[in-house]
Design a protein around this ligand. Structure first.
Ligand code: PBG
Length: 318
């Protein structure tokens, strides 16, 4: 008898579906089990109260998490940067697959770059992190607050509307729109969001604890330790600074041999002041010990930023 399929809960947006399909195929390849996509209704379909109690800022993630806890699906794929840092009781991040390019990109009219955009150009982004760093580099820009999915945002780059938008390179790659990119922004100039470009695969903690569970082995095989080290350090900065997704905070870590490097920055909303700190750590060989070292690195960098006055920028309570 064929075993029942593994059920992957997903939202219906193009980005969510491509992310889910990629992970579904990878899991089918390593387990030989069929993965079935289960469409999960998002916020409007469920009560606001239950969503808020599940995850504060992460409303999209919250609907998937509720479905996981209710047993409507067995696992879910999130964009890591959209996940709040607080753990959800009963759920675990079972796999962090190898991260895609973490940088932001400029998609401009006329092939413009950040340097060549005309004086006073109108640039669309809904992210305070992107807005602040764009203004730090180009104080003359007019930042326009925009929302909506990737296609909607790209569609606004038109004469008479926006001269450019800034998006995550990884998201554009996933929906096959990289041709719209006119510049991949230097990660030193526009530091990416913690976890940007990484996917997080979440499942029920009880399934993960069961070594015989068919999901467990498969998800372990999808996990990339270098990615986990980097995003762990980045997300500790986010957590320690108590900065939500609306904070003008960038953090990017990378592994170079056995050394983990972390660079984090907080920027005043109008770009007028910037605090940056970088540090690195030589990692122990043991996996658990290396994760602990990545956490300490994140704490060290966050504390250095707090000491330099980051709280007055992020609005963290004293
Ligand atoms: N904020 C929405 C969001 N969440 C994840 C991505 C893209 C891919 C990623 O960072 O993993 C995007 C779009 C964007 O910021 O351009």
């Amino acid at each position: 008898m064929t075993p029942p399929p593994l059920r992957l809960g997903t939202r219906a947006s193009t980005l969510a579906l491509t992310q889910s399909t990629t992970v579904a195929k990878a899991l089918e390849a390593v387990t030989g089990r069929e993965v079935q996509l289960v469409r999960i209704r998002t916020e409007g379909d469920r009560s606001r109260a239950s969503l808020a109690s599940l995850g504060g800022t992460g409303v999209f993630a919250a609907a998937l998490r509720e479905a996981l806890l209710a047993g409507e699906c067995d696992f879910a794929v999130h964009s890591l940067k959209d996940l709040p840092t607080a753990p959800t009781p009963g759920l675990s991040i079972a796999a962090l697959p190898e991260r895609a390019d973490s940088r932001d990109v400029l998609c401009a009219r006329e092939g413009w770059t950040l340097q060549t955009l005309p004086e006073g150009a109108r640039v669309g982004t809904g992210s305070p992190r992107r807005a602040a760093q764009l203004l730090a580099a180009r104080p003359d820009l007019e930042i326009v607050d925009i929302r909506g999915n990737v296609e909607t945002r790209l569609g606004r780059v038109q004469p008479g509307d926006l001269d450019a938008v800034v998006l995550a390179r990884a998201g554009l790659a996933r929906v096959d729109r990289l041709e719209a990119v006119t510049e991949t922004l230097d990660a030193e100039v526009v530091v990416p969001a913690p976890g940007q470009g990484a996917l997080a695969v979440e499942c029920r903690s009880e399934d993960l604890a069961d070594p015989e569970h068919p999901l467990t082995t498969g998800l372990r095989a999808l996990d990339d330790h270098a990615t986990r080290l980097a995003v762990t350090a980045e997300r500790v900065v986010l957590r320690v600074l108590e900065a939500g997704c609306a904070a003008p905070l960038g953090a990017l870590a990378h592994l170079d041999g056995e050394t983990l490097h972390l660079h984090a920055t907080v920027v005043e909303h109008d770009g007028s002041r910037r605090l940056s700190h970088r540090a690195d750590v030589a990692l122990p060989v043991d996996e658990a010990a290396s994760l602990a070292a990545a956490e300490s690195l994140g704490t060290e960098v966050a504390n250095a930023l707090l000491e330099a006055g980051a709280a007055s920028i992020t609005g963290r309570p004293a």
